[in-house]
Write a new protein. Structure first.
Ligand SMILES: Nc1ncnc2c1ncn2[C@@H]1O[C@H](COP(=O)(O)OP(=O)(O)O)[C@@H](O)[C@H]1O
Ligand SMILES: [Mg+2]
Length: 140
């Protein structure tokens, strides 16, 4: 399955379809018979990243690329960007609105969980230029 690449679109503010990209990834990985524990970690990271695009970002996409022993996932959006990445990576930091909090979001644990559940994470962002999160998962 070397070099398999898939891209799923994510729409900002669309809570009706929010989570679909990560469900699609999860189903694809199940069909490829990947280790269930690794699928679970990838699904957590995909979901957190996707919800961040829906809540905080702009329109974007989630892409995965599977190689022989690693899977790379990139979640990018053209939203407002992250002002202070170091702060955003801290457990409990959140700029979620009251409306998001009423829906149960805004614990500020998304990025910390993405860091914990991936083998490597890179966040690129600047105000007005959108956000790109790239994670790598070792498959073996
Ligand atoms: N794609 C994004 N675009 C803009 N800001 C983001 C994005 N992802 C994360 N952030 C910022 O980083 C903060 C922390 O994200 P996260 O750890 O997932 O917590 P939460 O989503 O609960 O706020 C968010 O509150 C937001 O300010
Ligand atoms: Mg989040």
């Amino acid at each position: 399955m070397t070099g398999l690449r898939k891209t799923f679109r994510i729409k900002a503010k669309d809570f009706i379809h929010a989570g679909e990209a990560s469900i699609n990834v999860q189903n694809l990985l199940k069909s490829l018979d990947l280790n269930p524990q690794i699928i679970r970690r990838i699904a957590i990271c995909g979901y957190e990243g996707e919800m961040n695009v829906v809540m905080h970002g702009g329109d974007g996409q989630l892409s995965i690329e599977i190689d022989a022993d690693s899977l790379a996932m990139e979640i990018a959006d053209n939203g407002p960007g992250i002002e202070d990445i170091e702060k955003a990576m801290q457990a409990g930091f959140s700029t979620a609105s009251d409306e998001h909090r009423e829906m149960g979001f805004g614990a500020g644990m998304g990025l910390p969980n993405m860091k914990k559940n991936s083998n490597d994470i890179t966040v690129e962002s600047s105000s007005g230029k959108g956000t790109r999160v790239r994670m790598v998962f070792q498959l073996s």
